[in-house]
Design a protein around this ligand. Structure first.
Ligand code: HEC
Ligand code: HEC
Length: 300
């Protein structure tokens, strides 16, 4: 090889190393969150946060095993990838989120990253919450900080040996955390419904089928899935054809289906703790989104 060829190869090598390094840094450094939203102890912020926590279904996972009304954590969540324990999210200094700042809530909810820069497992539905507005994520934090601190340590996640937190860096890339599904709808009610369904209410976490590594199949959004033994019906446009907006609204309020059946299983929990407690406007927004504008996204 000539002298020139040598230095050219060297330059290419350096360039490749730099590109790889910058990719690695982007993956492993905690995401920079530049938001002006701050934690607040104002009743307005706490009130907004309390509502968002209801519409976000947080209690379904973060409640205590015995204490069903508080966010002390400890409930075991069985998945195909192991058993996960939703942590204590009361503001206890030792075992909860007592020393969290706004940026920690933003990183956790919107990026799936721990305060120290490690990774959460997606049993925490942060892929859905990635689309939350910064203000909403921080208001959620303000509410959690207003709660009574309770000391409760939860067990470590039980995962197969190959599945560690750092492997989640790859998961986050595959799950395309960079893109927070921002589809725009002309109708404001449908737009709000999309935010509730896709982000806060994370309906797809159960109703959208997953691939082999547990990432939701965006091309079959809401097409139905299996959760262990449980069969979860499709709620995409085709499945909702027979439902009117009023049918869906009533179902999300009372669990009553148009055919007279009642919801069972995990949906019962969603209705009890989430959709029956949100405002009439927000329930109407969900109903509008699912019955009017949720076309399967095949054409992309
Ligand atoms: C489907 C179950 C589920 C739902 C719903 C859920 N979480 Fe979690 N959450 C988890 C799990 C599991 C973890 C821990 C993941 C891990 O171990 O990596 C977690 C972790 C967290 C953490 C990190 C706590 C810490 O100590 O590091 C916060 C904060 C949090 N969740 C807040 C929320 C909020 C706020 C909501 C509602 C908007 C919510 N979660 C909804 C399951 C859930
Ligand atoms: C924790 C998992 C989970 C989440 C989250 C969830 N669902 Fe469900 N859903 C289920 C299960 C399980 C069923 C089946 C219940 C049954 O067998 O009666 C169901 C059933 C339904 C049905 C009835 C479908 C039919 O044809 O009978 C509708 C409608 C529905 N869900 C809407 C929603 C909406 C809207 C959201 C988000 C706000 C949501 N679900 C979030 C688990 C979930």
């Amino acid at each position: 090889m000539t002298q020139q060829g040598h230095s050219k190869a060297k330059l290419i090598l350096i360039a490749v190393v730099l590109v790889l390094l910058s990719i690695a840094l982007r993956l492993f450094l905690p995401p920079s969150v530049s938001s002006s939203a701050q934690l607040s102890d104002s009743p307005a912020a706490i009130g907004r946060g309390e509502y968002l926590v209801i519409a976000g279904g947080c209690i379904s996972c973060h409640r205590g095993e015995e204490d069903e009304e508080s966010f002390v954590g400890g409930l075991a969540l069985e998945t195909d990838f192991g058993t996960f324990f939703a942590p204590n999210i009361t503001p206890d200094m030792e075992t909860g989120v007592g020393n969290w700042q706004a940026k920690d809530f933003l990183r956790a909810l919107k990026h799936g990253r721990t305060p120290s820069g490690s990774f959460y497992y997606p049993a925490f539905p942060f892929r859905a919450y990635a689309g939350l507005s910064d203000q909403d994520a921080v208001d959620i934090g303000s509410y959690l900080m207003s709660l009574e601190p309770v000391s409760n340590s939860v067990p470590k996640a039980q995962t197969p040996a190959w599945l560690n937190r750092w492997a989640m860096a790859g998961w986050n890339v595959l799950a395309d955390m960079s893109e927070a599904d921002a589809e725009n709808f002309e109708d404001e009610l449908v737009q709000r419904g999309a935010y509730l369904a896709r982000n806060l209410g994370h309906c797809g976490e159960c109703h959208t089928p997953r691939n082999a590594v547990g990432i939701l199949d965006a091309n079959r959004e809401f097409a139905g899935a299996n959760l262990g033994e449980e069969v979860i019906e499709a709620i995409d446009a085709a499945a909702m054809e027979e439902w009117t907006a009023t049918d869906l609204d009533l179902f999300l309020l009372l669990g009553l289906k148009p055919d007279g059946d009642f919801a069972g299983g995990d949906m019962n929990d969603v209705i009890e703790h989430n959709t029956s407690k949100i405002s009439d406007e927000d329930r109407a927004a969900l109903a509008a989104f699912f019955t009017r504008h949720n076309q399967p996204a095949e054409a992309q």
